[in-house]
Design a protein around this ligand. Structure first.
Ligand SMILES: Nc1ncnc2c1ncn2[C@@H]1O[C@H](COP(=O)(O)OP(=O)(O)OP(=O)(O)O)[C@@H](O)[C@H]1O
Length: 246
């Protein structure tokens, strides 16, 4: 008898993404002047998944990412983040700027096309920054930053300034910085867009291997069909609207 087989009569039914969601947009909209950049967006992101956001230039990809991350407050609808302690959720749209910033610092990590690293600081100092901002001591922040850099294959480069690193190495530092505080969601906006194709592939590997885990999701805005095809699923935007269910 196969004892590994799940008995459908006794095991609980698998929860859908809508039930397990970690981050959810409900009817979210955002305009810039007369431009409706995002229209009535409904999205559920579950822990453990990698999700690509794709679409033509100007279709609203970055706007959706920024609205989900609470960088741009939605003007309509809500963006809900499940609390880490399971006690409910917070609507990012309804929070004060200070509360939204605190959530971004504690629960979100960001990787952008150019990394947005501080060039005058070393790799370790850049990665330690989110921990210092969250109140960690410099010793603790540095120890964790060094461990994160080593986990991402950057052992020996910890004391280099960003300008002394290759584009791929710098992007790994950016990923380490995004991950170091163990966030719930990693937001990446064209994270491989400035890299040659070989380096882009390596950086994508690192991001997909370290980003999603049991309690964390990864969202990647990308023009690149190859990048999108490596994610668990794809959200397509056209003229500010999501195509199909997301
Ligand atoms: N700060 C802003 N001010 C005015 N209009 C904006 C602003 N940001 C975005 N838009 C407009 O909103 C629409 C969606 O822009 P968004 O950057 O989200 O698209 P995108 O799909 O990410 O584009 P791309 O692929 O070119 O980066 C576009 O028409 C854009 O011109």
């Amino acid at each position: 008898m196969d004892t590994t087989r799940v008995d459908p009569t006794t095991s609980p039914p698998a929860q859908s993404r809508e039930q397990r969601w970690l981050l959810q947009a409900r009817g979210a909209g955002k305009s810039f002047g007369g431009t409706r950049a995002l229209i009535d967006a409904a999205v559920s992101i579950a822990p453990g998944e990698s999700v690509a956001i794709t679409g033509p230039s100007g279709s609203g990809k970055s706007t959706l990412l920024h609205v989900l991350a609470g960088i741009l407050p939605a003007e309509h609808g809500g963006v809900f983040l499940r609390r880490g302690d399971g006690s409910g959720s917070d609507n990012l749209v309804a929070l004060s700027d200070a509360a939204r910033s605190a959530i971004r610092l504690r629960r979100f990590g960001f990787v952008f096309q150019q990394g947005l690293l501080l060039p005058e600081l070393t790799a370790t100092e850049n990665v330690a920054l989110p921990l210092l901002l969250a109140g960690a001591s410099r010793a603790v922040a540095n120890t964790r930053a060094v461990a994160e850099l080593q986990r991402l294959g950057l052992a020996g480069l910890e004391a280099r300034r960003i300008g002394q690193l290759s584009g791929g190495q710098a992007q790994r530092v950016a990923i380490a910085r995004a991950l170091v505080a163990d966030p719930s969601v990693i937001f990446a906006d064209e994270p491989t867009g400035a890299l040659d194709s070989h380096t882009a592939e390596e950086v994508l590997e690192v991001l997909l291997a370290t980003g999603p885990d049991a309690h964390r999701a990864l969202l990647i805005v990308t023009h690149d069909a190859q990048v999108a095809s490596r994610c668990d699923r794809v959200i397509r935007l056209r003229d500010g609207r999501i195509e199909g269910a997301a």
